[in-house]
Design a protein. Sequence first.
Length: 210
Amino acid sequence: MQKLHLYLVRHGESQGNATGDYSTLASDALSALGHVQARHLARALSALSVDLVIVSPLQRALQTVAPYLVQSDQRAHIWPEVAEVPFYGERDDIAESWTAQPAELPAELPDRYDFHGGRAIRPAPNEPLGQGLHRVDVARRRLLALAEQTPMTILVVSHGHFLRELINSLFATPQIIFFHHDNCGMSSIIREDDWAVEYLNVPTGPRSQP
């Protein structure tokens, strides 16, 4: 395998994060602070050289990466597999597939997104943990395959629980470690002969209130 460098970023503060109310569609949009965090993230990322941008299909992640895409004149690849993973469920019951539903891009976003394989989908609501963990494994295998032929630096903009599960999966930890990410917190991990952590959960802008 060639060198693989992953920058892993959690989305900015959402309306749901700010209010604790996740019962409406509007809760998935960034809060006012989330938009500020996204602009700070774009400035932080401007110092990096990124070969590929991967983003969750959920609105808060799409909005988070938008300022960087415009600033850097790049496009993002939407991988539905990197959408948020349920927090609770049976960890030993990993599914062999996951259930999708149609996805649409919010109208206000810039035209800088491509759905992976041209399939505009996202995970279905109330997904069981086993299906979420299956998505993590799909994403892990796809990321590793990208670096089989050439060194790659990849930015992944996703969600706190997904990033925790992805890092545990990549490191093959014997038990689940809680790798925390604040809103717009960024981690850098590198694989050459083995995995190495450069940093975890570095803030790229103002922090949300706990």
